[in-house]
Each structure stands twice: as structure tokens, then as C-alpha cells.
Design a protein around this ligand. Structure first.
Ligand code: DHB
Ligand code: FE
Length: 319
């Protein structure tokens, strides 16, 4: 059975990608940022996930104002780096995991979260920068396949923090009903506080960011009640990217260990935050997933029925 073994939160900033691509990582300004991810890269190299689910936002690279899905799941075999105005970044093409992605789409949609299925998509700094921060700069290939989950946080109305948190829980149910033994790490990316334009451009609110990280670790339900206006007021217009961290947190166990945290200000216009939250349960599959669910019985039986049909499809495929 597949398992989500940890959640990783990480900011994305295009200038971090540019610093990597232009050999500026040793400059003091950037060294301060990159040094905060050294231990994380070691953790990731030791953890060796089989698959990463990367919750991120597209910045008008794959989508535009013409069409913006709220939640879009990348089901393709590969996702090339997007040209964000200065040519595609010199990073490897991101390889997908179409079988697990299709399973997640089926499980989550039958669980009544209406994801958009995306079979062709380029990925921008929202996905590639956190990948670099955690996996380094591989020349030819990323160390594991990736399932991108793009979230609309660029055009009103973005999803609520609560919806994101509940989607995380649905993702976990999806992963844990996949029959193959896979270690999965889920990323929540974006943020922390920043505002790029307008009279409040340059806004950073470290106090609010740090309290967000504390609650993410210990009391995520409190975060699910934060309205959009509070993100805007306290964390700046682009601070709304932080709702994506709640998808990651919902996908993790209620209890678990915070094994690492880093915070620095600024990188470009942005407060950079990073956290690693391991799951309490080991990846040995000792616990019955459905048995511990806190959902109502109607939800449980709907999901059980959906899962039964998923298993039927999965075992048919094996014959
Ligand atoms: C910056 C931050 C972002 O999240 C982004 O998408 C673009 C720019 C910045 O800090 O400059
Ligand atoms: Fe952004």
C-alpha cells in the first residue's frame, strides 16, 4: 500500500531559480537562503521518496486569465519547464506518475472533490524552485516522479483554507488506497508573506508567518478558519499562496513530528519559509486507514463504495 510519509512546506521565488541558474548561490545574500535547505536536502536524500506530490501554483504559465482551474492534477507522463519570459529554466523535465495520478483523480473525484484532469502541462518556478531547494540541481533527471497539483491562488476566488485542508485528507485517502508499496512525500509550496505590486509592495509580516508555521505544526484546524481577507491584510496579496500549505498539512497525520524549520527574510520580495513534517506512522502499513477516519458514516460508506470499485479496476488491470 502507498503511504504519505511526510509533508514538506517551501516557498517559491523566481529569483531563487535565477540565482541557481546563474551560479549565484555562494553570494552572501543567496547563501543565507540556500543554507537553510542544506539539512533538508540531506533529509530528502535519506528519505528517498518513490513519488512526490507537489502542490503548487501556476503563474500564468500553463494557464492564463482565459482559463484557471481551481485544482488541476497533472496526470501526464512528463511536464516540461515553462518559458516564463527568459526561456525555460535549465532543469530536467519533470517526469510524472500517470498510474498513481489517475488513481488519485478517480479516488478524489469519487470522494466529491472535483479536480481538473490535466494531460499536458508545462510547469513554472512555482514547482521547479521548491524541487531545486529539496532535491538540488540534478543535470539529467529528478530523483523521483512527481505528480503536480496546481491550485488557483492568482485570480479571485481562490479555494478556502478549509477546502484545501479537506482536499489534503482526500489525497491521503487516495494515496493510501493505491495497492503498490510507494513512499510518497507531499509538498505544499508558495508564500510566505509577500506583496509584489501596489501601494503595499514589499510587505512582509514575520510575526504572522511564524505564527502560521507554529499552527501548521500544532493546530492546523485553527488555520483552516483564516478568511482570505486576513491573508491579504496580514500576509500581502500574494500571501494567499499559503493556503496551499494546508493541502499538504491535511494529507499528513493529525499527529507527527516537525523535524525541521527554516525562516529567512527576504528573498526578492518574499519571506522564505520551510518546514518538514514527518508522519508518526511508519511506512509499514500497520494501520487500517478507513477504520480511523473521523468522517461521518455517509461519507465513509460512499468512499468505501468508491474504493471498492477502484480496487476492482486495479485488480482487473493486474490480470
Ligand atoms: C516573487 C514571489 C513570488 O511568489 C512570485 O510568484 C513572483 C515573484 C518575488 O518575491 O519577487
Ligand atoms: Fe508566487
Amino acid at each position: 500500500m502507498a503511504k504519505i510519509i511526510a509533508g514538506v512546506g517551501s516557498s517559491h521565488v523566481p529569483a531563487i531559480g535565477a540565482a541557481l541558474d546563474n551560479g549565484k548561490t555562494e553570494e552572501p545574500y543567496w547563501k543565507r537562503v540556500f543554507s537553510g535547505f542544506e539539512k533538508s536536502k540531506e533529509w530528502m536524500a535519506k528519505t528517498k521518496p518513490d513519488v512526490a506530490i507537489v502542490v503548487y501554483n501556476d503563474h500564468a504559465s500553463a494557464f492564463s486569465v482565459e482559463m484557471i482551474p481551481t485544482f488541476a492534477l497533472g496526470c501526464a507522463a512528463e511536464f516540461p519547464p515553462a518559458d516564463e519570459g527568459w526561456g525555460p529554466r535549465p532543469v530536467p523535465v519533470v517526469k510524472g506518475h500517470p498510474a498513481l495520478a489517475a488513481h488519485i483523480a478517480q479516488s478524489v473525484i469519487l470522494d466529491e472533490f472535483d479536480l481538473t484532469i490535466v494531460n499536458k502541462m508545462e510547469v513554472d518556478h512555482g514547482l521547479t524552485v521548491p524541487m531545486n531547494l529539496l532535491f538540488g540541481q540534478p543535470k539529467d533527471a529528478w530523483p523521483c516522479p512527481v505528480i503536480p497539483l496546481a491550485v488557483n491562488v492568482v485570480m479571485y476566488p481562490p479555494p478556502t483554507g478549509h477546502r484545501c485542508y479537506m482536499l489534503g485528507k482526500a489525497l491521503r485517502r487516495a494515496v493510501e488506497s493505491y495497492p503498490e508499496d510507494l513512499k510518497v512525500v507531499i509538498f505544499g509550496t508558495g508564500g510566505l508573506s509577500h506583496q509584489i505590486s501596489g501601494p503595499r509592495a514589499g510587505l512582509i509580516n514575520s510575526k504572522w508567518d511564524k505564527s502560521f508555521l507554529d499552527n501548521l505544526s500544532k493546530d492546523p484546524k485553527k488555520l483552516t478558519r483564516i478568511p482570505h481577507l486576513e491573508y491579504m491584510r496580514e500576509a500581502g496579496a500574494e500571501g494567499i499562496e499559503m493556503v496551499m500549505w494546508l493541502i499538504m498539512r491535511g494529507a499528513r497525520d493529525d499527529k507527527g513530528d516537525e523535524v525541521y524549520r527554516f525562516y529567512t527574510v527576504p528573498a526578492s520580495n518574499t519571506a522564505v519559509g520551510h518546514i518538514i513534517l514527518e508522519n508518526a506512522r511508519k511506512a509499514s502499513g500497520t494501520r487500517k486507514v478507513a477504520g480511523k477516519s473521523k468522517r461521518g458514516s455517509a461519507g465513509k460508506s460512499r468512499q468505501a463504495a468508491a474504493r471498492k470499485s477502484i480496487h476492482r479496476i486495479a485488480s482487473k488491470g493486474k490480470r
